[in-house]
Design a protein around this ligand. Sequence first.
Ligand SMILES: [Zn+2]
Length: 472
Amino acid sequence: MEIAEAEKLAADLRRQIAYHNRKYYIEDSPEIEDYEYDGLYRKLESIEAEFPQLVTPDSPTQRVGGAALAKFSPVTHTVQMESLHDSFSEQELADFDRRVRAAAGSAEYIVEPKFDGLSVSLEYRDGVLSRGSTRGDGFVGEDITDNIRTIRTVPKKLKRPLPFIEVRGEVYMSHESFARLSEKQELEGEKPFKNPRNAAAGSLRQKDSKITASRKLDIFVFNIQQITGADINYHDEALDFLRGLGFTVSPFYKKCRTIGEAIEEVRRIGEMRGSLGYSIDGAVIKVNSFAQRTALGSTAKFPKWAEAFKYPPEEKSTVLKSIEINVGRTGVLTPTGVFSPVTLAGTTVSRATLHNEDFIKEKDIRIGDTVVLRKAGEIIPEVVSVVSHAEGSKPYKMPDVCPSCGAKVMREAGEAATRCTNAECPAQLLRHLIHFCSRDAMDIDGLGPAVLRRLTDAGFVKSPADLYSLTA
Ligand SMILES: [Zn+2]
């Protein structure tokens, strides 16, 4: 590559990365998958490695990312909250081991899952929670103490009144809480979060901590940042100690004597990563001895004693057996593909959303097709592409009538969704009732979404009129 071309490409990549950083860190609403982002980042890194004169001080490769938001007061971290270097191949893990052994002689490793949420710091004085903050850019984060207090797995008081301890953990939303939140948001006409990580980040940065409390967040604590009143020398010792204080630590981790053993464990975590009930975005290999960690130190950006491994998105081909149409509570017809079951990231996948008519048309998805399914860090599988059509197949056509009530469906110009036009459509009953009872309409007290849902599920209410004939 010529330098002029490289310069143009680097500038373009920086623009793209800055845009996606903003979407990810500030707006909690990313537009691309993590591995796509990693691809852009790595491309920029390789150009800068080839042409070091092109490195600019504001290049995203020179910063840690995640600027603090203005709505919370800043917290300067006494101990930097570093991010880890990512590996994408086992070869890179072996290289990491070689560097560690060259500097430290021999090393023992701890392998643990890398939780996919929002990194926070918790400080306790005399055993009482005194402050919680986000990681921010690693140096300065946001004070979110009030919101942190609402998380049920964050102890407000430790089992032992240490003079001072600061720990680091990952706040996350379980898949169960995420599913419940998405359903609720959809019912109330809000846009659901793209994935549990964004939901966790968005929930943690609420100005109103009551909203945070309603979101059912959790935490895994994985590191001691600072401590007085105890002497701890190994990472596994630290995890046991943290558990003893009342923290929730990783449900599993393994001590490994060789990198071969560690890689074996990384593979094992990868095979079960889709079935954990919470999202992980990789595994981490850490040097166990704190004395060795101190000796190894850090580069400008990363500690030299730990290495993250990112799993590639898993893809498999399978056959599309049928397309089911479901009518949502907002009247939108959503096509779902039903596939011959395949195993992806440790879970059996036989269904994936086909989103809408445009998605199907764009990929020319037909019943009987052989398609590629993918499961990335997300919990929801997706159709990547069509490999081949079955013989004699025809382009798919959305139904003309609502499968729930038989009324005509329509698609507004400029909208991707196909909707049922019937105001009395039973599939939309609950949403109509919620609106009917809301302050904007009839202002009926005591009939919130949860109660209405129970009434419709039990079949007690089939129309708004039924609400008036209910007897207690
Ligand atoms: Zn209908």
